[in-house]
Design a protein around this ligand. Structure first.
Ligand SMILES: [Zn+2]
Length: 347
């Protein structure tokens, strides 16, 4: 820490981060990240750690800003491995900075909050979402960044859209970034933007726990941790949206490509045969969701997120799904395999 003022701001950021991390409508599992610039150092959440642990654990890693920004400017692949820019003397636990470190470094403001807000995502997956965001954020300095893989490609997408004064980014098929000079101002802006983007979820019926328990039988599948997760299968519109493919990166990382929806009269054994693998989650239309017995806390959080996001999308909206190539680059991505490993270990 360069100064006492920086140390105070970092403490305030940890408090705010923990509060953001406890809200499943803002972050899920190890998703989302926060940062503070103190002189030439960027303090950023470590990859694979959970924002909700920001007070209980040391999850912030120091990164050298200038060399990282130079690497982004030169499209140097090194910028896709931010651990190479960590200041090791101040990083005794050897944590890796978030794979989204470049997003934070690019914003000129001192404090940056990046969240996977379900209201924002529900708009950012609609083909007409940018126009709707424009209507709601009229008067704010914001920019829309079309989907790119997190890391260097997303950083380049942001650099193309960033204008002086912009302190709100809507990331297509991904989430929200807000930035300010102080933690207090960043929190005010976050609350303001999320209020402007808020949408009402469709109401759904209760899951059919008896039918799901019967379907689970001795297959090793079980009910999800959060009862809210079932809505993606119970609500016909949400289930139809889910069946279309992957809508944002963390879904692919924790649940795999798209969603597996049971066909009429199909049981777990038949579904596993059809998919040639046991899916992490199975949606039974009208009944609810079953999770594979070994599904980790990250998978649980992302299954709930799918329900929370799709319940907010207009039933008539055309959706932008991740392409096959975009799914592939997430599944075969070293940095994400690392994050998922840490996430599993922490859960
Ligand atoms: Zn993100």
């Amino acid at each position: 820490m360069a100064t006492d003022a920086d140390a105070q701001e970092l403490a305030a950021l940890r408090t705010l981060s923990a509060s953001i991390g406890r809200d499943p409508h803002l972050t899920q599992a190890a998703g989302g990240n926060t940062s503070l610039k103190a002189g030439e150092t960027l303090w950023i959440k470590a990859s694979g750690t959970w924002l909700k642990d920001a007070l209980a654990k040391d999850i912030m890693v120091p990164v050298a800003i200038s060399p990282l920004l130079s690497a982004v400017g030169q499209r140097d692949p090194a910028a896709d491995r931010p651990q190479g820019f960590a200041i090791e003397a101040l990083n005794p636990r050897g944590l890796r900075p978030s794979i989204e470190t470049t997003v934070h470094a690019l914003m000129p403001q001192r404090v940056v909050l990046h969240v996977h807000c379900v209201d924002t995502i529900s708009l950012a997956i609609q083909a007409d979402g940018e126009a709707e965001v424009a209507r709601r954020l009229d008067g704010l300095e914001w920019a829309y960044v079309p989907y790119r893989r997190p890391g260097l490609p997303l950083a380049q997408g942001i650099a193309e859209r960033l204008r002086p004064g912009v302190d709100v980014l809507i990331l297509g098929n991904h989430g929200l970034v807000v930035a300010a000079e102080t933690v207090a101002d960043a929190e005010v802006l976050l609350r303001r933007v999320t209020r402007l983007l808020a949408r009402s979820p469709r109401k759904v019926a209760e899951p059919d726990s008896a039918a799901l328990t019967a379907l689970a039988g001795s297959t090793g599948y079980r009910l999800p941790a959060d009862v809210e997760a079932h809505a993606a299968a119970i609500d016909p519109e949400s289930c139809s949206m889910a069946s279309g493919g992957s809508l944002y990166p963390d879904h692919v990382i924790f649940l795999g490509r798209g969603s597996v929806v049971a066909r009429p009269n199909e049981d777990v054994k038949r579904i596993t045969q059809r998919c040639s693998t046991a899916p992490v989650a199975i949606l039974f239309p009208g009944l609810g969701v079953l999770m594979r017995g070994d599904a980790n806390a990250g998978a649980e959080a992302m299954q709930r997120c799918l329900a929370d996001v799709t319940a907010r999308v207009d039933a008539t909206a055309r959706l932008n799904y991740l392409t096959d190539a975009e799914n592939d680059e997430l599944i075969n991505w070293d940095a994400e395999q690392y994050r998922q490993k840490l996430n599993a270990a922490g859960s």
